[in-house]
Write a protein that binds this ligand. Structure first.
Ligand SMILES: [Mg+2]
Length: 175
């Protein structure tokens, strides 16, 4: 599926709701602060692993309780890890800009588009690693969403998903 078709098809399944009765501004602020802190922590891990940069002295991972683990970072393809960390950290940069705008700063669309481009770079790394093409991933994504939302986005369909059938669509599309 080409980009233009995907942009149009994906709009059909986007929520146009905004439930401020469920989520207060203070809840949003708390979650954004946590997400940005985690993203910055991951960014330093990414720069350490892939650029050889030392962690800053105040990095939480330098805490003694994190010295022992059975986790093996080499159990996953290094590019897949790099790409996933990168997508998270670019999303963090976007969230930081959004947070500042919610606090009164002007939203910088040029910077937002830059973060989008940076995220695309990491997505490209993931496509190469998974031996997938953007065209196929977009096509299968829309097939899955057509099943989930036959007409358009509905909250009940977003919450109650038929995961077995969605998995069948994904396996067929990515085999
Ligand atoms: Mg960036």
């Amino acid at each position: 599926m080409d980009n233009k078709t995907y942009l149009e098809a994906s709009a059909r399944t986007a929520s146009t709701q905004f439930h401020e009765d469920k989520i207060t501004p203070a809840m949003v602020e708390m979650a954004l602060q946590e997400a940005i802190a985690t993203g910055n922590m991951l960014d330093a891990i990414k720069k350490g692993l892939y650029y050889g940069k030392s962690l800053p002295d105040n990095h939480p991972a330098l805490d003694n309780k994190f010295t022992e683990t059975d986790l093996d970072p080499r159990a996953i393809d290094q590019d897949i890890l790099h790409a996933a960390l990168g997508i998270y950290t670019e999303a963090t940069e976007m969230l930081e800009a959004i947070y500042l705008t919610m606090k009164g700063a002007e939203f910088d669309k040029v910077n937002a588009a830059e973060e989008l481009g940076d995220a695309e770079w990491y997505m490209a790394m993931l496509y190469r690693s998974l031996e997938e093409t953007p065209e196929n991933v977009k096509r299968v994504n829309i097939d899955k969403l057509r099943h989930r939302y036959p007409e358009k986005f509905r909250s009940m369909d977003a919450i109650d998903r038929d995961l077995d059938t969605e998995r069948e669509i994904l396996e067929k599309g990515h085999s």
